[in-house]
Design a binder for this molecule. Structure first.
Ligand SMILES: [Zn+2]
Length: 82
């Protein structure tokens, strides 16, 4: 009986994991104008590096995205010239 309950719980957890979104929204400060802008990060990849234009001043922001072992997304934003 107890075994059956454990098995059921495990299946439930798996169901929840499958439904978790892989895109998380995070906020950064633009290195040019200092405005806070929101970006969408695909946290299924452990390391990413890409350029996204600022939503306020339209200048290219270089984004370094790292997803750590706990699944936390760490984003650092820098200007293209650095
Ligand atoms: Zn900006």
């Amino acid at each position: 009986m107890r075994r059956w309950v454990v098995c059921f719980t495990d299946r439930n957890d798996r169901h929840t994991l499958l439904k978790m979104p892989e895109i998380s929204e995070t906020h950064i400060s633009c290195p040019y104008c200092g405005e806070s802008i929101s970006i969408l990060v695909d946290d299924s990849l452990p390391e990413q590096n890409y350029v996204e234009d600022c939503q306020v001043c339209c200048r290219p922001i270089v984004l370094d995205v790292i997803v750590d072992v706990d699944g936390d997304v760490v984003v650092s934003a820098r200007s293209e010239n650095e």
